[in-house]
Design a protein around this ligand. Structure first.
Ligand code: KG4
Ligand code: ZN
Length: 362
């Protein structure tokens, strides 16, 4: 139960503050979210720099960092939001999918706090967290609540999923990747080019440097896997062939200079964005939703955001495109607070467990 009253659009309702915890991979995050939309605080500690040294995530290193960061991050989220434990109504936590060691740190912390403070826990699916980042208010922008039916595209390091949503909790997976996820493709290609982890931001930066000097040049060197697939796999992706094509280009070149790295980065980004947009548009034409929700770490990519914005403002004018601020695209806890508000009923701490293999619509 909430404690006070607030006003929105002239109506009064009960306030609900959720303390949300996200620790499914290499980010340790906590946030206080009011009424599923307003972010009172959003704190993220990342161990990405550590993983940059090894070129990728080592699960045990990630879990050890989670243990170190979790309580300071929760404390900071509470103090930044200026809320006390009495002003917290529920505790939300990511239960999966993710790395088991990392997930356990978040879930056991949430359960311990729930027991000590006598609060209910809301278990949240990380993928639904990404989707519900689209329900968060954006700084300096008028709030528009996404309307159903909606199609959500979640593009992250482990998933590339298209989800049809009839309403809250009424979801169907309508497209997915047959092999690597889009973020994984960015990360693996970056490694092939000698660019640092995480690969998405590195490729994006190198691509922007190329595009600044070569705007208007064709970027059609690399394949667009499955772009014309029909039938059962019409809305599925495949990214491993793209990675192999990059590997072959790198292998066949005697040496590869900085300028060529930038060009290849732009080619990779363009190929990935092209197939993401193309399949999404197919889904939109087939399902005719009222909203399209773009989310996940890869949705922080400027090129992808611009391509989607362009399509929706010129060719799909009746459908509202929702894209979270970049800081709510990559892993964060505010999105977990939003999903918890709209989706699941609370549970007692004894009945909440991690599920590293949890499916997107599970
Ligand atoms: O959602 P996320 O933070 O974590 C997972 O749930 O996986 O997504 C991480 C992925 C990584 O593969 C990372 O390279 C990619 O998102 N990413 C980006 C950008 N920022 C993060 N990819 C392309 N462009 C970006 N700006
Ligand atoms: Zn994620």
């Amino acid at each position: 139960m909430g404690r006070g009253l607030y006003e929105r659009n002239g109506t009064c309702a009960v306030v609900m503050n959720i303390l949300a915890i996200e620790a499914s991979c290499d980010e340790t995050a906590a946030a206080i979210v009011k009424d599923g939309t307003e972010v009172l605080s959003n704190v993220v500690a990342s161990s990405a720099e550590m993983h940059a040294k090894t070129g990728g995530i080592i699960p045990e290193t990630a879990a050890r960092q989670q243990v170190k960061s979790i309580m300071p991050v929760v404390d900071e989220a509470m103090s930044f939001a200026k809320v006390t434990q009495n002003e917290i109504d529920k505790i939300a936590v990511t239960v999966g999918p993710g790395l088991i060691g990392s997930l356990l740190v978040g879930v056991e912390t949430a359960k311990t706090l729930a027991r000590l403070w006598n609060k209910p826990v809301i278990p949240v699916n990380h993928m639904m967290g990404h989707v519900y980042a689209c329900f968060l208010e954006q700084e300096g922008k008028e709030y528009i609540v996404p309307i159903f039916p909606a199609i959500a595209l979640v593009v992250s390091g482990g998933h590339t999923d298209l989800i049809y949503m009839k309403g809250h909790g009424e979801t169907e997976l309508i497209g997915t990747t047959r092999d690597d996820a889009a973020g994984e493709c960015f990360d693996k290609c970056a490694r092939l080019l000698g660019l640092p982890y995480p690969g998405g931001p590195s490729i994006s930066k190198a691509a922007e440097e190329y595009l600044m000097k070569n705007l208007g040049n064709r970027l059609d060197l690399l394949p667009r896997p499955m772009i014309s697939a029909k039938g059962r796999h019409e809305m599925d992706w495949s990214f491993s062939g793209l990675k192999t094509a990059v590997l072959n280009r790198v292998k066949s070149a005697e040496s590869i200079n900085a300028k060529e790295v930038q060009r290849l980065a732009a080619e990779i980004q363009e190929a990935i964005c092209d197939v993401l947009v193309s399949k999404s548009l197919k889904a939109v034409r087939k399902y005719e939703p009222k909203s399209f929700l773009l989310s996940g770490g890869v949705a922080a990519n400027r090129n992808l955001r611009e391509k989607f914005a362009d399509e929706f403002s010129h060719n799909l004018t009746g459908i509202t495109l929702h894209v979270p601020e970049p800081k709510y695209c990559t892993d964060n806890a505010a999105m977990i607070g939003a999903a918890a508000y709209y989706l699941q009923g609370p549970a007692s701490w004894e009945s909440v467990f991690v599920d590293p293999q949890l499916s997107t619509t599970g």
